[in-house]
Design a protein around this ligand. Structure first.
Ligand code: PHE
Length: 478
């Protein structure tokens, strides 16, 4: 009775697609290329891949196991013991903050998508700005708010549909199409003169970073944040998804396939954007606007005409859907957490009402992100550095205060998630070292690589997380 009220996945393919759908999103297409562009290509890529293998994949398995064992979302920690409740709380704050900037970006993607759609029928979709549209959009308060709201409405409607009818159905259709369009764009961009420099930036071995510890730790911190964000680990998502999974399914298989696909999509996005920057003269290191700036040039200047508009529309449409399959996961963690509490108290769960309330709250918290023009200055809402009385060249100006998006990002990726991962790895490595193994073996599959997972939980993850946290804290005082 209780299981059916909570919901369960219709098939393991659906679960897999929803997990992959939650993992693949703006993190891969927007975040990965710009962070790689900002911190130095090859070195970032290598550190990222190592982190996925040693930390991300291991944590993901731990979360699936925790969710399925307890049958709870972020409340899984409380279900193990009241004294671990605080880890669950941290796992709820993160999705909340992430969703509020995610929805702003998702809204911008939707705006580009509609821009190209109307261009197909011959109407100017970019306010006469062409490839400079990004800087115009940042200062258009009404568009930013409208599209933030629209994005949240789309997310909410799907979450209201519940697990099987909403999230699962949606994810199954979309992810394969996104892969196909990425490949088409990669091939087109590869044929542009000058594109080769972009591949060199990503793949040409360059170890100079490793000789300066300060820079190395900084890249490690950025790559680790990106890894949490992109794999959706350390924030209750996979715990929640695991809790809807039946005991017969292999957790290990899923915890391997999801990171593999996620990483593949991130690398593909890099192989699309870095060569595009090289071919069309866009600065790799320009930050959060990179995806928009580089692809706008590809569609308007590179392809041009109707072909450019159609491809532009298709591309942003699929990015939009990829963003929605992630945002529904974020809203689902928040919703499931309350629904579980209602069920525990023997009340009828009110999924619709709960998701509406969260959607409104997320919109409110997203407003500063939408209205500070990503810290470009002179916007309706002042960025954190402006509130602190700094300018972009003062010594205290840093990545955590340069705009509200990066501020929320610092709280989540920089502090809460590494801290959550640290506690989780201590719990699963030292306090309950058999939990993951036993839960995995419930499905009748022997647990492979116990030593590897155990070593990562016990030693590697705690050490890496302490370094990441330390680097983050130092960045406040340098
Ligand atoms: N992983 C998603 C992405 O890469 C973002 C996300 C984070 C989704 C957390 C769900 C939970 O875009």
């Amino acid at each position: 009775m209780e299981t059916s009220k909570r919901g369960q996945w219709g098939s393991s393919f659906g679960f897999l697609m929803a997990s992959i759908g939650s993992a693949i999103g703006l993190g891969n297409l927007w975040g990965f290329p710009y962070k790689m562009g900002k911190t130095g290509g090859f070195a970032f890529l290598i550190i990222y891949l190592i982190l996925v293998a040693l930390v991300g994949m291991v944590l993901m398995l731990g979360e699936f196991a925790l969710g399925r064992k307890t049958g709870k979302g972020a409340g899984a920690y409380t279900a193990l013991s009241k004294k671990y409740s605080f880890i669950g709380w941290m796992a709820v704050i993160s999705p909340f903050l992430i969703l509020s900037f995610y929805a702003v970006l998702g809204g911008m993607v939707l705006r580009y998508c509609l821009g190209f759609l109307v261009q197909i029928i011959g109407i100017d979709g970019f306010a006469g700005q062409g490839s400079d549209f990004f800087s115009w959009l940042l200062y258009s308060d009404s568009s930013m708010l409208l599209f933030l709201a629209l994005f949240m409405v789309c997310t909410m409607v799907i979450v209201m549909g519940g697990i099987k009818g909403g999230i699962e159905k949606f994810s199954k259709a979309v992810m394969p199409a996104l892969g196909v369009i990425l490949i088409i764009l990669i091939v087109f961009i590869a044929m542009q003169p000058g594109a080769i420099e972009g591949y060199k930036f990503m793949f040409k071995p360059d170890f100079s970073l490793f000789s300066t510890p300060g820079d190395f730790f900084n890249v490690l911190k950025v790559a680790s944040g990106q890894m949490f964000f992109s794999l959706s680990v350390a924030m209750g998502i996979n715990i929640t998804f695991g809790s809807y999974l039946d005991k017969k399914k292999s957790l290990q298989k899923n915890a391997t396939i999801v990171p593999l696909f996620d990483t593949l999509f991130a690398v593909l996005a890099g192989m699309m954007i870095m060569p595009a920057c090289a071919a069309f003269g866009v600065d790799y290191g320009q930050g959060p606007g990179l995806l928009f700036a580089s692809m706008q040039k590809v569609f308007l200047d590179g392809m041009g005409g109707t072909a450019g508009n159609v491809m532009g529309f298709l591309f942003y449409f699929l990015v939009f859907i990829a963003a929605v399959t992630s945002s529904i996961a974020l809203l689902e963690v928040l919703t499931a957490n309350v629904v579980d509490r209602q069920l525990d108290k023997g009340k009828e769960p009110k999924r619709k009402k709960v998701s509406l309330i969260f959607a409104i709250l997320v919109f409110a918290i997203g407003i500063p992100v939408a209205l500070d023009a990503l810290g470009s200055g002179g916007a309706t809402v002042k960025a954190p550095y402006e509130l602190l009385g700094l300018t972009t060249d003062s010594p205290g100006f840093a990545m955590w205060n340069d705009c509200w998006l990066d501020f929320y990002d610092m709280i989540t990726e920089g502090i809460l998630m590494p801290l959550g991962a640290l506690f989780m790895s201590i719990l699963l490595g030292w306090i309950l070292p058999k939990l993951v193994k036993n839960e995995c073996e419930e499905s009748g599959h022997p647990f492979k690589g116990y030593k590897y997972f155990n070593f990562c939980f016990r030693i590697i993850i705690p050490v890496v997380m302490v370094i990441v946290l330390w680097t983050q804290i130092q960045s406040f005082f340098f």
